[in-house]
Write a protein that binds this ligand. Structure first.
Ligand SMILES: Cc1ncc(COP(=O)(O)O)c(C=O)c1O
Length: 389
């Protein structure tokens, strides 16, 4: 049961609250409009199928793709698995892939499995701001490279990668480019017409949609991409992902995409302003605070700060009035360390004392002012109790 005074939620890179307008759009599809979108012999099924196609258009439109290129999955984890394992299962003798060090575990873990089953993997690093260098990616491509996977924007430090350039290098080399666009979509413009990625992974719950639905965009324009389905049985979603379509979730995803498109410009300005206020407010009152990530090329609403002279676990435990994340919310194996901050060369003590703030649609300036007070008071308290004298 939620607490009487829940903390202010500043963890919108982990997940977002489903927008009430999204919930409203979904509700009829649990009750009177409950048809199976594959049962098109009667009006219930036809109604559901139409709703799915409307949502498919809304998702496609947000990323500049064509509706038939959107393959619904259970989320981005599944989309990433389908992209990586699906492609490497059809690539014949081309068994090499290139992936960056800062990817989400839903990319790194399937890549590790592919490596165990005979694929060769080249990992490319990032600079101290968390950005991947297109020249380094190009240099890692070999004659038998089948796929390059580099995320559009990082979920911990918010750094935006030069994906258009990376995609061009891949196209020049005849290699498919996959990008995990989960954190970028709905926060910054993501347009398949400008970035020649062959495969893009998306997730609804990061953009005020429901959990349990996402998509893999499989572009049909540029290279011919063949994927082996990872879930079979019925041939749904162009034979790439079988299973009865979760119509309410798909409707919610489509609605979330439409709302995100409408608010993209104004929200990005507002959230970037709030993130700046947060960093400046903390920086004015505390010494020894480091901004992790790129100074400019970062997601609006993201702020990742490292605090000198405090223990990371004590810092996280001490924050009662705000919900934020240590940089590595998505890693269950060792929650204290961040592979992203390590790849950027952030020392481990600072990495352990780093917090990720993800500001979102429902945050106000009041939340930011409360967060500044909470952080400053907690860090000061911890510094006086742990430092001699
Ligand atoms: C960059 C990135 N990729 C993939 C995922 C996984 O998405 P989903 O929760 O839809 O499986 C996340 C979620 O944490 C993410 O931040």
């Amino acid at each position: 049961m939620p607490a009487k005074h829940p903390p202010r939620y500043l963890d919108n890179h982990a997940t977002t609250r489903t927008d009430p307008r999204v919930v409203e759009a979904m509700l009829p599809f649990f009750s009177e409009r409950f048809g199976n979108a594959a049962s098109i012999g009667h009006s219930f099924g036809e109604d559901a199928a139409r709703a799915v196609e409307t949502a498919r258009q809304e998702v496609a439109s947000l990323v500049g793709a064509r509706p038939e290129e959107v393959i619904f999955t259970s989320g981005a984890t599944e989309a990433n698995n389908l992209a990586l394992k699906g492609l490497l299962s059809t690539s014949g003798n081309r068994r090499h892939l290139v992936v960056s060090d800062i990817e989400h575990p839903s990319v790194l873990d399937p890549v590790a499995r592919l490596a165990r089953t005979g694929c060769r993997v080249t990992r490319v690093g990032c600079d101290t701001t968390g950005q991947v260098d297109p020249a380094e990616v190009a240099a890692a491509i070999e004659p038998d490279t089948a796929l390059v996977s580099v995320m559009w924007a990082n979920n911990e430090v918010g750094t935006i990668n030069p994906v258009a350039e990376i995609a061009d290098r891949c196209v020049d080399a005849g290699v498919v480019f996959h990008t995990d666009a989960v954190q970028a979509v709905g926060r910054i413009p993501v347009n398949c017409r400008n970035v020649t990625a062959g495969l893009l992974s998306l997730s609804a719950h990061k953009i005020y949609g429901p959990k349990g639905i996402g998509a893999l965009v499989v572009r049909r324009s540029s290279q011919r991409i063949r994927l082996l389905p990872q879930i079979e049985g019925g041939g749904h979603e162009a034979h790439l992902r079988s299973g009865t379509l979760p119509v309410p979730l798909i409707v919610g995803f489509g609605t979330a995409c439409r709302l995100a498109a409408d608010a993209l410009e104004s929200e990005s300005v507002r959230l970037a302003g709030l993130a700046k206020t947060l960093a400046a407010g903390i920086g004015e009152r505390l010494e020894g605070v480091h901004i992790n990530g790129h100074p400019d090329d970062r997601l609006p609403g993201n702020m990742n700060l490292g605090f000198e002279g405090v223990d990371g676990d004590a810092l996280q435990a001490g924050l009662k009035r705000i919900a934020v994340s240590s940089g590595s919310a998505c890693t269950t194996a060792d929650p204290g360390t961040s592979h992203v901050l390590a790849a950027m060369g952030v020392p481990e003590t600072l990495s352990r004392a780093s917090l990720r703030f993800g500001l979102g649609r429902f945050n106000t300036e009041d939340d930011i002012l409360a967060a500044i007070d909470e952080i400053v008071e907690t860090v000061e308290r911890l510094r006086t109790t742990t430092r001699p004298g």
